[in-house]
Ligand binder design. Structure first.
Ligand code: GLV
Ligand code: MG
Length: 322
């Protein structure tokens, strides 16, 4: 398997779809999200799990998800369901599947085990070995403590996802409202450490960092506030549970038009000024702002997100005359 970094597609909005609902599996096809994940885990009751596997295989093979990333969330390795989830879904629809989401990951070995199983299925079925990615959900204290090793455990890992609901339960946080601050904690953001820890692991190993669900689906202001925080830190996307959250998510995890224009301007200007024609300079003024190599790196991040979101620039750089 290649050790080259994988080309990562945008994951601004990641829609959760219960695998037990053929109606919702169908409806998800028309939603304007970057990713759908068809769930076999916590949104599916134990008795409905075998039927959900078959629904998911049929939905993937019927197609219609356009260029969305197609992901299936299997059950975690501490259950009796994981291996059969993976075998049924990947043997049945591996050619129409982009990644497996593994929930409640606690150790790097759990990722390696999934990688090995995927490799065997790919070989048996004649699929390209290594094409199917892994998304690792961090949902408890042990997973967070091991997140660096989890991110580095396999080249298949594409994204590290924060699972706030399970995480809050796992650390005994005194709150039932997922993503909101626990009552009584009034000196900062109770999630800051967790989000930053996940983000550092993701960035250290070239993975995407994804924020999990916000369950109060009628509270769009609350959703925007919580999504805005992880986006501001540098997260790449967030789960959406309802159509009402989709537009806000795509907007919040894309650069603002002004920032996108500014980033493209910095890149063009810096290109020009560092060239022989522009004087081969390393630190220059762009309007009232001094830009240098570090400015270029920051601009590259914003520009990459804007380009991935198919944004169109509205300003161009004109080299000075004379
Ligand atoms: C998602 O799986 C969560 O537990 O928040
Ligand atoms: Mg969970």
């Amino acid at each position: 398997m290649s050790s080259q970094p994988r080309a990562l597609r945008p994951r601004r909005s990641c829609l959760a779809v219960p695998g037990s609902s053929p109606k919702m599996l169908e409806k998800a096809k028309g939603m304007a999200v970057d990713q759908v994940f068809l769930d076999l885990e916590d949104s599916v009751a134990p008795l409905a799990k075998p039927g959900a596997r078959d629904n998911v295989v049929s939905a993937l093979n019927e197609g219609g998800y356009g260029d969305k990333l197609r992901v299936v969330r299997v059950n975690d390795w501490t259950t009796e369901w994981t291996y059969r989830d993976v075998v049924t879904v990947v043997e049945g629809a591996g050619a129409n599947l982009d990644a497996i989401m593994l929930p409640k990951v606690q150790t790097a070995q759990q990722v390696v085990s999934l990688d090995l199983l995927l490799t065997q299925i790919e070989k048996t079925m004649g699929f390209e070995v290594g094409r199917i990615g892994i998304e690792a959900q961090i949902e408890n204290a042990l997973g967070l403590v091991n997140v660096d090793a989890i991110a580095a455990a396999s080249p298949r890992v594409e994204a590290i996802i924060f699972g706030p609901a399970d995480f809050m339960a796992s650390i005994n946080m005194k709150s039932l409202v997922v993503g909101e601050q626990p009552p009584g904690y009034d000196v900062g953001d109770a999630y800051h450490y967790i989000l930053m820890r996940i983000l550092m692991a993701a960035r250290a190993f070239d993975k995407q960092a994804i924020d999990g669900p916000y369950l109060q689906i009628k509270d769009i202001d609350g959703f925007r506030r919580v999504a805005g925080r992880s986006a501001a830190l540098g997260f790449d996307g967030k789960w959406v549970l309802h159509p009402s959250q989709v537009d806000a998510t795509n907007e919040i995890f894309s650069p603002r038009q002004d920032d996108y224009d500014h980033a493209e301007l910095i890149l063009d200007a810096y290109d020009y000024y560092t060239s022989a024609a522009g004087g081969a300079r390393g630190a220059v003024m762009l309007g009232d702002e001094m830009i240098d190599e570090a400015s270029r790196k920051m601009a590259l991040v914003v520009s990459a997100k804007g380009r991935a979101a198919a944004m169109v620039r509205t300003k161009s750089f004109t080299p000075p005359v004379g």
